[in-house]
Design a protein around this ligand. Structure first.
Ligand code: PEP
Ligand code: MG
Length: 322
């Protein structure tokens, strides 16, 4: 089975009826690029940079960031690499800084909120990302955007850093794309309003499900309620995809849902044309895409937006995957 999957490595990612699909990889460390290349991933749709910060006594220096990014870009050849800015929170702690666990950490000071509070630390990362953009196709992605103001602030900071670097004659890609993650339902509901300030979107289902259903993703006592097939989740995904395409913005999915073989056809039916998945799942996902016919998929997928009974949902999903 593994060997037959291996043959898919260089095959174009396209449905049976010829719809091209972008299939990228999620990584956490530069070393993960070995696995990405082994399976023929077309670049990186999510590079989680928080691992640069964890398990060490001090935050990483600009050079440490830069070295890591350069290694990923070199391994990616000229394929796009989507570097996500720091996504720390009470669930992802570091040693040198106590992140408040106030009352509700998932709703508190995390991810971009934390970065915009600690501009010195954030600008160190921005400088490294912007410098790295001279050496490959870098896209910068912002986690847990909730307000449009945050995107404007990030764009302002990027301009500031780019001007500083230009003054020192440091090279960078003027046209580096900056995109927002769709993790907070507010963004999913108003993609058209965020689109003027976001060059692309990527749906982070791990958090989108948590926030839509009010289920703490790390609390075992409520995980039975964590449901990617809840119609509210599926409707927000569909709304996001439709609105992004209408606004002429690309939209991908980098949450675990995209790496789950059970949901690939459903997501294709909801209009998703770009997936970013774990390298271990990439060829399996590719095989499903190659064996999928879009005819009728959209109709069946949209039926799922109206189902509430578990048996009906399971039955329709089986039909979609048959
Ligand atoms: C997500 O929330 O779906 C996501 C990709 O980000 P993380 O899992 O790192 O929070
Ligand atoms: Mg997330």
């Amino acid at each position: 089975y593994r060997a037959s999957l291996g043959k898919l490595k260089n095959a174009p990612t396209m449905t049976k009826d010829g719809t091209p699909i972008l299939l990228q990889a999620n990584i956490e460390f530069p070393e993960d690029m070995t696995a990405v290349r082994r399976v023929g991933g077309e670049g990186v749709g999510l590079y989680r940079t928080e691992f640069l910060y964890m398990n060490r006594p001090t935050p990483p220096t600009e050079e440490e960031h830069f070295d890591a990014y350069l290694r990923v870009l070199q391994a990616a050849k000229s394929a796009p690499v989507t570097i996500r800015t720091l996504d720390l929170g009470a669930d992802k702690q570091v040693r040198y800084q106590e992140i408040s666990t106030a009352t509700n950490p998932a709703l508190g000071l995390r991810a971009i909120r934390l970065c915009l509070k600690d501009l010195k630390m954030f600008k160190t990362q921005l400088r490294a990302i912007i410098r790295a953009s001279a050496f490959g196709q870098v896209r910068m992605m912002i986690p847990m955007i909730s307000g449009i103001q945050e995107l404007l602030q990030v764009r302002g900071l990027v301009n500031e850093v780019q001007n500083e670097l230009a003054h020192k004659a440091v090279r960078f890609d003027q046209a580096m794309q900056i995109g927002a993650m769709v993790e907070v339902p507010a963004v999913a509901a108003c993609i058209d309003l965020y689109a003027p300030y976001s060059d692309f979107f990527s749906i982070g289902t791990n958090d989108l499900i948590q926030y839509t259903l009010a289920i703490d993703r790390v609390d075992d006592s409520v995980n039975y309620l964590y449901d990617p097939l809840h119609p509210a989740v599926l409707r927000l995904i569909k709304m996001s995809i439709d609105a992004a395409h209408k606004s002429e913005r690309s939209i991908s999915m980098c949450g675990e849902m995209a790496s789950d073989s059970r949901y690939v056809r459903l997501l294709l039916g909801l209009g998703l044309r770009s997936f970013s998945v774990n390298p271990e799942s990439l060829l399996e996902i590719k095989q499903i895409i190659i064996n999928s016919d879009m005819t009728g998929l959209s109709r069946s997928a949209n039926k799922l937006l109206r189902l509430t009974a578990h048996v009906d949902i399971v039955e329709l999903l089986e039909y979609i995957n048959r």
